[in-house]
Design a protein around this ligand. Structure first.
Ligand code: NAD
Length: 477
């Protein structure tokens, strides 16, 4: 049912050179369901050599032909979506329907990137002399090291592989050790579609050993990391030391501003659905709710009722709306944030605890009266925790929205164009969504500012970080 996962180097699935592997757990049962090969330096060096060889081949394939192969991979993923979704739920915990949606979104991302790369136009700059021709060319940066996390095992890997391949780069992906099989199936789909050996390489192991080996490696020209701000800063520092380009998609602490003219029922339904999706382990998860005074009591009452109705269980059960947290680290992380908030005077209106003692299940949690000094008001909870507070005027809400160093996603609910426009203008965030959750589509930019990172992993901006600009000037004799 659940496959063991190998490394994928130079077009072949291989065990680690020293035979090491580590167990993979099902977070709903804590059972060992399989193993994943664990790369050491020999494997990483082999991956680097393969990526260099793969780049030499792939950069010469036209964007038109790259696109055809990528679209074939997308079709294979669509065909295999049921099987991949099941594997993902077993290793990550999210409900099967959410896994299926994630898998089915990947081919759309691949199609978009494949087509967009066909439009990586250069330009001709008018020269000062008639016999001079000035060209601007766009070229792939070279082999990429990508680091993708466990919350969206397919989506985050797809964005990195898709953009790299579309631009003509090769890639070594360090996919998450906790959720290895779904990304391995993604890579297999590319291989089956005809991506040449060495163009995509897949490794797992000790994260810091891999990044410390690959980022300084002379073959690697670009880094793309998705994960926490703390690790992102370390990797960005290492990338800077070695003059490697980097895209950093890091943590968030998304503000949600609900004005008193919002459609209350739709806002509660939308925000609670988004909050508890993937058990809150989403970088753009709505977290700091600010509700205008006149609506506050009704909003809280309805939101708590919605939280209580969320059916928590094994993601393989059809009626489950929220699965377990993805790994054991999340339980103490959430418990300590909630205990600290309560110590600072917060009230727990529902939830706050682990459910049972087998499987990493956690209650959908709503906290109110949380002082700004509590850790949870400053650190990303990355779990099913909503923090609700009250505001009176919009400036107060915008000031609170901008208080933290994060700047990834922000949400605003209002019928007023004036309020919506001032929110868009005044909130410091890479993405602002008004009256709905409209983020993450392949064709729109996806990325943060401030401590949430830099670079975009969506829209036409997604290709840009994988391209160099070359200027060529030619004087005809
Ligand atoms: P973590 O910070 O140790 O790891 C986050 C991710 O980075 C993991 O995928 C991990 O494999 C990888 N990683 C860790 N150290 C690394 C290193 N030195 N080199 C390369 N990769 C490295 O924490 P965690 O316990 O896995 O996750 C907890 C926190 O991570 C969450 O609170 C959240 O803030 C953040 N996170 C964010 C995202 C996101 O989508 N932005 C995804 C997963 C985790």
């Amino acid at each position: 049912m659940y496959p063991d996962t190998l490394l994928f180097i130079d077009g072949k699935g291989v065990q680690a050179a020293d035979g090491r592997n580590i167990p993979v757990l099902n977070p709903a049962t804590e059972e060992v369901i399989g193993h994943v090969a664990h790369a050491g330096r020999t494997d990483l060096e082999a991956a680097a050599q393969a990526a260099q060889k793969g780049f030499a081949i792939w950069r010469k394939v036209s964007a038109f032909d790259r696109s055809k192969i990528m679209r074939k991979a997308a079709d294979l993923l669509r065909e295999r979506a049921d099987e991949i979704a099941r594997v993902m739920t077993m290793e990550q915990g999210k409900p099967l329907a959410q896994s299926k949606m994630e898998v089915m979104a990947a081919p759309d991302i691949i199609d978009w990137l494949a087509e967009e790369a066909r439009r990586t136009y250069g330009r001709i700059i008018p020269a000062r002399a008639g016999n001079v021709h000035q060209h601007v060319l766009r070229e792939p940066v070279g082999p990429v090291a990508g680091f993708s996390p466990w919350n969206f095992p397919i989506n985050q890997a797809t964005r990195k592989i898709g953009a790299a391949l579309a631009a003509g780069c090769s890639i070594i992906l360090k996919a998450p050790e906790e959720t290895p099989a779904a990304p391995a199936k993604l890579v297999q789909a590319f291989a089956d579609a005809g991506v040449p050996a060495g163009v995509i390489n897949l490794v797992y192991g000790v994260p810091h050993e891999i990044s410390e080996f690959l980022i300084p490696h002379p073959v690697i020209q670009k880094i793309s990391f998705t994960g926490s701000t703390a690790i992102g800063k370390k990797l960005a520092g290492l990338a800077g030391e070695h003059m490697k380009r980097a895209t950093m998609e890091l943590g968030g602490h998304a503000p949600v501003i609900v004005f008193d003219d919002a459609d209350l029922d739709a806002t509660v339904a939308g925000t609670s659905g988004a909050k508890f999706r993937n058990a809150g382990q989403v970088c753009v998860s709505p977290t700091r709710f600010m509700v205008q005074e006149a609506t506050y009591d009704r909003f809280v009452e309805k939101f708590v009722a919605a939280a209580k109705q969320v059916k928590v269980g094994n993601g393989l059960d059809a009626e489950t709306a929220m699965g377990p947290l993805a790994n054991s680290r999340r339980i103490p992380a959430l418990e300590s944030l909630i205990q600290d908030a309560v110590k600072h005077g917060a009230k727990v209106l529902t939830g706050g605890n682990r459910i049972g003692n087998r499987g990493y299940f956690f209650e959908p949690t709503v906290l109110v009266d949380v002082p700004k000094t509590a850790r949870v008001m400053n650190e990303e909870p990355f779990g099913p925790v909503a923090l609700i507070s009250k505001f009176s005027d919009k400036q107060e809400a915008f000031t609170e929205a901008n208080r933290l160093p994060y700047g990834l996603a922000a949400y605003v609910f209002t019928r007023s164009m004036d309020r919506a426009n001032s929110a868009i203008a005044d909130i410091e965030s890479g993405m602002v969504s008004v009256n709905h959750f409209g983020l993450g589509l392949p064709e729109v930019p996806f990325g943060g500012i401030k401590d949430s990172g830099y670079g975009s992993e969506g829209g036409s901006e997604a290709i840009e970080p994988y391209l160099n600009t070359k200027y060529a000037t030619l004087m005809s004799l």
